[in-house]
Design a protein around this ligand. Structure first.
Ligand SMILES: *[C@@H]1O[C@H](CO)[C@@H](O)[C@H](O)[C@H]1NC(C)=O
Ligand SMILES: *[C@@H]1O[C@H](CO)[C@@H](O)[C@H](O)[C@H]1NC(C)=O
Ligand SMILES: *[C@@H]1O[C@H](CO)[C@@H](O)[C@H](O)[C@H]1NC(C)=O
Ligand SMILES: *[C@@H]1O[C@H](CO)[C@@H](O)[C@H](O)[C@H]1NC(C)=O
Ligand SMILES: *[C@@H]1O[C@H](CO)[C@@H](O)[C@H](O)[C@H]1NC(C)=O
Ligand SMILES: *[C@@H]1O[C@H](CO)[C@@H](O)[C@H](O)[C@H]1NC(C)=O
Ligand SMILES: *[C@@H]1O[C@H](CO)[C@@H](O)[C@H](O)[C@H]1NC(C)=O
Ligand SMILES: *[C@@H]1O[C@H](CO)[C@@H](O)[C@H](O)[C@H]1NC(C)=O
Length: 382
C-alpha cells in the first residue's frame, strides 16, 4: 500500500501527465580500463566524483547508474561467485552510500555483457557465462552465487536498484533468459525486494527488441520479445532494461543522429503494453548538434507519454571521461554545457521535485514490494 501512495504522490507532484519515476545519468568509470586488472582506484577506474553527484541531485535528478566490473569484484583467482575483493567492494559501496544517503537511487550495473574471464576482449568477445561447451566460461550457478552475496549486502537499502547485467549480445537468447532468471531467483531468495532491471540479447537494444539480433548461424539470437516473456519474478518488481542510440549502427560512437526517433521505440512499446511490462532506458546518448538535440528531446517526450517507461539515465557522466564526446560530467564534459542544460535538465526540471526516497519498484499492475519502508531515515512523502 505504501508503494501505491508513493507512486501516486510522485505522479501528482509533477502536476502533469508525466509518467517518469526515475531520471538521471550514468556515472561510468568503475568498469574502465578493463584490460588492466585489478587496476588502481582513482587512476584506472573510479565510480563517481562526489561533487558531480551532488550537482546532479541538486539539479533534480533522482537516479544514478553505477557500472562495476565483475572481474574486479570477483578476481579471476577465485572466480565468479561469492568471494569478493573487499577493497573494490568498499569502493563501490561508498559510491552507493554517497548517492543513496542523499536520497538518490543507485542502479548497480554489472557491466559485463554476460561475459566473465576475458575482460580485455569486452564488449566484443570473451567467454559467455553459462556456455557449457566453453571450459573457460563461468557458470550460470556462479553468476547466481554472485548475486546471492551481492544482493544480500544491499537488501536493507531501499534506494538500490539491481542492474543485473549490461548488454548481453551474440549469444543464444535462451541463455540470456536462463541467466537472467537465475539472477532474479538468487536475488529474491536472498530476501532482496528492490527493483530489478532485466536485460535482453542484442546489447539490450530497445529498437530491435522484436528482431533477431545476430546471425542465426553464429548463435540462436531469437528476438527478446519471443523469449523473455518467460521471465518470472515472485514480487513482479522488475522492468526490462533497454538501451538506445541514434547513430547509423546504433553503437553510440558517431556524432550524427541518423535514425528516426521516437519511431524506433514504437514496436517495443506496443509489446510492453500488450504484456503489461515496464521498461527502463538505462543508456541512451547522442551527439551535440541540432539534429541530435531534437532526437533526444523527442525521445524523452515519448518516454514521458508512454507509461510503460518508468525511467531513464543518460549515457554518460563519469569522473574519468576526459574529452569523450558524450560526456556530461559537470564542468569538464564535452556536453556539460550543451546537451545537459539544453535538453536533459529542462525535462528533469519539469518532473520536479521527483520523489527521491522510497522503495525502488516498477509499477506493473501486479507489482509492488512489501517490507522495505522509508529511505535511510528520511520519511516518505504522503
Ligand atoms: C583488490 O582490489 C584492490 C583495489 O581496491 C587492488 O589493489 C587489489 O590488488 C585487488 N586484489 C585482487 C586479488 O584483485
Ligand atoms: C561456446 O563455447 C564454444 C567452445 O569454446 C564455442 O565454440 C561457441 O562459439 C560458444 N558459444 C557462443 C554462443 O559463443
Ligand atoms: C523487426 O521485427 C518486426 C516485427 O516482427 C518486423 O515488422 C520488422 O520488419 C523487423 N525489422 C527488421 C529490420 O528486421
Ligand atoms: C556511419 O557513419 C560513419 C561516419 O560518421 C561512417 O564512417 C560509417 O561508415 C557509417 N556506418 C554505417 C554502417 O553506415
Ligand atoms: C494487463 O493489466 C490489465 C489491467 O490491470 C488487465 O486487465 C490485463 O488482463 C493484463 N494483461 C495481461 C496480458 O497481463
Ligand atoms: C570532482 O569535481 C570537482 C568539481 O567540479 C573538481 O574540482 C575535481 O577535480 C573533480 N575530481 C575528480 C577526481 O575528477
Ligand atoms: C562549461 O562552462 C563552465 C562555466 O562557464 C566552464 O568553466 C567550463 O570550462 C565549460 N566546459 C566546457 C567543456 O566547455
Ligand atoms: C521538446 O519537445 C517539446 C514537445 O515537442 C517542446 O515543447 C520543447 O520545447 C522541446 N524542448 C527542446 C529543448 O527542444
Amino acid at each position: 500500500m505504501k508503494l501505491v501512495s508513493w507512486i501516486l504522490t510522485g505522479a501528482l507532484v509533477g502536476g502533469s501527465t508525466c509518467e517518469i519515476i526515475y531520471a538521471g545519468v550514468n556515472s561510468a568509470g568503475g568498469e574502465f580500463a578493463q584490460e588492466n586488472l585489478p587496476g588502481a582506484f582513482g587512476i584506472d577506474y573510479l565510480f563517481i566524483n562526489e561533487s558531480s553527484i551532488d550537482y546532479f541531485l541538486n539539479a533534480g535528478v533522482n537516479t544514478i547508474r553505477v557500472p562495476f566490473l565483475l572481474e574486479r569484484i570477483c578476481p579471476l583467482e577465485t572466480g565468479l561467485g561469492s568471494v569478493f575483493n573487499e577493497s573494490y567492494f568498499v569502493e563501490l559501496q561508498s559510491a552507493v552510500t554517497h548517492i543513496t544517503t542523499r536520497g538518490g537511487y543507485a542502479i548497480l550495473d554489472a557491466h559485463n555483457y554476460m561475459r566473465y574471464n576475458d575482460p580485455s576482449m569486452q564488449p566484443n568477445s570473451g567467454s559467455i557465462i553459462g556456455n557449457m561447451s566453453d571450459p573457460q566460461a563461468a557458470t550460470t550457478e556462479s553468476l547466481a552465487a554472485f548475486w546471492t552475496e551481492f544482493s544480500t549486502r544491499f537488501k536493507t537499502n531501499p534506494n538500490v536498484i539491481f542492474g543485473i547485467m549490461n548488454e548481453p549480445h551474440t549469444m543464444p537468447t535462451d541463455l540470456v533468459l536462463k541467466n537472467d532468471q537465475a539472477m532474479i531467483d538468487a536475488i529474491r531468495a536472498a530476501g532482496a525486494q528492490q527493483l530489478i532491471l532485466v536485460p535482453g540479447n542484442g546489447f539490450t537494444g530497445a529498437h530491435r527488441w522484436l528482431n533477431t539480433t545476430c546471425s542465426p548461424a553464429q548463435a540462436e539470437c531469437t528476438p527478446n520479445a519471443d523469449v523473455l516473456t518467460a521471465i518470472t519474478d515472485p514480487l513482479s518488481n522488475f522492468a526490462f532494461d533497454m538501451h538506445l542510440y541514434f547513430d547509423n549502427d546504433t553503437s553510440g560512437t558517431h556524432e550524427e543522429c541518423t535514425l528516426a526517433a521516437p519511431a524506433n521505440l514504437q514496436p517495443v512499446t506496443q509489446w510492453l503494453r500488450q504484456h503489461n511490462y515496464t521498461a527502463f532506458l538505462s543508456e541512451f546518448g547522442a551527439g551535440a548538434n541540432p539534429t541530435c538535440f531534437r532526437t533526444l528531446n523527442d525521445t524523452l517526450v515519448f518516454l514521458e507519454e508512454n507509461a510503460e517507461f518508468v525511467g531513464w539515465t543518460y549515457w554518460a557522466a563519469g569522473p574519468l571521461w576526459g574529452d569523450y564526446f558524450l560526456s556530461i560530467e559537470p564542468g569538464e564534459g564535452a556536453q556539460s554545457n550543451t546537451t545537459w542544460p539544453m535538453v536533459l535538465e529542462p525535462h528533469i526540471k519539469s518532473y520536479g521535485p521527483m520523489v527521491r526516497c522510497g522503495v525502488s519498484g516498477s509499477r506493473a499492475p501486479t507489482g509492488g514490494v512489501r517490507g522495505l519502508e522509508g529511505c535511510l531515515g528520511v520519511k516518505l512523502p504522503g
